[in-house]
Design a protein around this ligand. Structure first.
Ligand SMILES: [Cu+2]
Length: 278
């Protein structure tokens, strides 16, 4: 596909305007997939920042290895083809090379394992939580319960008329910024998976089990994710929308939510995958 000069100009202008809007700050930018995006979504938690830097480190390592192997292959093709090298060598063993091609890959793997395990512990070792949200995957929507804030629970369904398309919901999950949020998740019917790319979380919601993960969003705004375990015909239509707000906004949302969801039939904890009503 070839772009004309005016098209390129327009695209550049678009980037400049978007950049200026970002630089102006204040406006909370929604973290969601963007057209032509090839990299990971922008990080909004320390865990996702670590995932992205680990990803970049691995990208360097595999790129260098691939180029090195390609160079070796090119040398073999050029130097040792039948025309350039009519009398082949009878060499079968070379101890030095054999030790090197065993040891060097082992050292590379150990070098990768160190940051990999550090990241794994960061994800799995849940810090002291400021707030717990219980997330129940259902066919085909999510329910969010706030046991620390009055035990209300509400359903979050995709809103067909809402932007961004296929990600907007009627009732968003709301959490305060810069707080450790413990997510406990289960499935009410089949296995779902609660995944929010910019938070670096993805965890299965399994009936009869309570899985745990955590995130600490470091900026306010809207963050989107999707169910990530094929769970039936509307699997693609049960988005996750999380609004990260400051402490005052969160407190007033809790007050409003307590009233709004007081009569919600989902407000019984019994609906949550075999959990006893509390
Ligand atoms: Cu699902």
């Amino acid at each position: 596909m070839k772009m004309s000069n005016s098209q390129i100009g327009r695209r550049l202008l678009g980037f400049l305007v978007a950049g200026a809007a970002l630089a102006a700050g204040g406006v909370a930018v929604a973290a969601q997939p963007k057209p032509w995006e090839v990299s990971l979504q922008e990080a909004a938690t320390p865990v996702m920042e670590s995932i992205i830097s680990f990803h970049n480190l691995l990208l360097w390592i595999i790129t260098i290895i691939t180029l090195f192997v390609l160079a070796l292959l090119v040398i073999v093709v050029v130097k040792f083809n039948a025309k350039a090298n009519p009398v082949p060598s009878k060499t079968t063993h070379n101890t030095m090379i054999e030790v090197a091609w065993t040891l060097i890959p082992v050292l590379i793997l150990v070098a990768i394992a160190v940051p990999s395990f550090r990241l794994l512990f960061m994800q799995l070792d849940i810090p002291k939580a400021d707030l717990t949200v219980k997330v129940t995957g259902k066919q085909w929507y999510w329910s969010y319960a706030y046991p620390d804030n009055g035990k209300f629970e509400f359903d979050s369904l995709m809103a067909a008329d809402k932007q961004p398309r296929l990600l907007g919901v009627d009732n968003e999950m709301v959490v305060p910024v810069n707080k450790v949020i413990r997510v406990q998740t289960t499935g009410a019917d089949v296995i779902h998976a609660f995944a929010v790319p910019s938070f670096g979380i993805k965890i299965d919601s399994i009936p009869g089990r309570l899985n745990e993960t955590w995130f600490k969003a470091t900026r306010t705004g809207m963050f989107y994710g999707q169910c990530s375990e094929l769970c039936g015909k509307d699997h693609a239509f049960m988005p996750i929308a999380i609004r990260v707000v400051n402490d005052q906004e969160f407190a007033s949302w809790v007050e409003a939510a307590k009233k709004k969801y007081a009569t919600n039939p989902a407000n019984t904890f019994a609906s949550a995958g075999g959990q006893a009503a509390q």
